[in-house]
Design a protein around this ligand. Structure first.
Ligand SMILES: NC(=O)c1ccc[n+]([C@@H]2O[C@H](COP(=O)([O-])OP(=O)(O)OC[C@H]3O[C@@H](n4cnc5c(N)ncnc54)[C@H](OP(=O)(O)O)[C@@H]3O)[C@@H](O)[C@H]2O)c1
Length: 123
């Protein structure tokens, strides 16, 4: 889950069943299309923050726990430094509008392929 793939149906289902959603790949694996997106760049500049910080901060009021990955100590420090600013309601909406639904997903697994990992899900 990331700003281009906001997984609204899954989140509604999770909310109805009291399940906490976690975002793995919250930075879309650092895809430049996301990290250089002009809406995100402008919002980040509004707060003197980076785009990864802006994305990770945006997830918080959405109620999503994030799992950003990094092997770079500077990025790790940057990614935790997100508690000294807040996005406006308008900025939150602008990021919500970046959702591309299924088309935004980094990869898709259908149930036939998942069955190979987890056995027969119908059972
Ligand atoms: N179980 C599953 O099905 C599943 C699926 C997806 C992901 N995961 C796990 O989820 C975790 C996160 O996934 P991920 O690491 O692939 O995705 P991610 O967090 O979306 O992206 C990580 C990429 O972003 C870069 N990055 C991180 N912080 C940055 C920053 N502040 N500025 C610029 N670039 C930054 C990292 O490079 P640097 O190292 O250079 O910072 C890395 O290339 C990993 O532990 C992964 O194994 C699990």
């Amino acid at each position: 889950m990331h700003p281009f793939a906001q997984r609204l149906e899954t989140r509604t289902l999770a909310e109805e069943n009291d399940i906490q959603v976690e975002a793995w790949y919250p930075l879309e694996h650092a895809d430049p299309e996301l990290l250089e997106n002009e809406v995100l760049v402008e919002i980040a500049e509004n707060h003197n923050k980076t785009v990864p910080q802006t994305i990770l901060r945006w997830f918080m009021p959405e109620g999503i726990a994030t799992v950003p990955g990094s092997t770079n100590p500077e990025h790790i420090a940057e990614n935790i430094d997100i508690f000294d600013f807040e996005l406006s309601d308008d900025e939150i909406e602008q990021i919500r509008d970046l959702d591309k639904g299924e088309a935004g997903r980094y990869f898709n697994l259908d149930y036939d392929i998942m069955g190979g990992f987890f056995g027969n899900l119908d059972e």
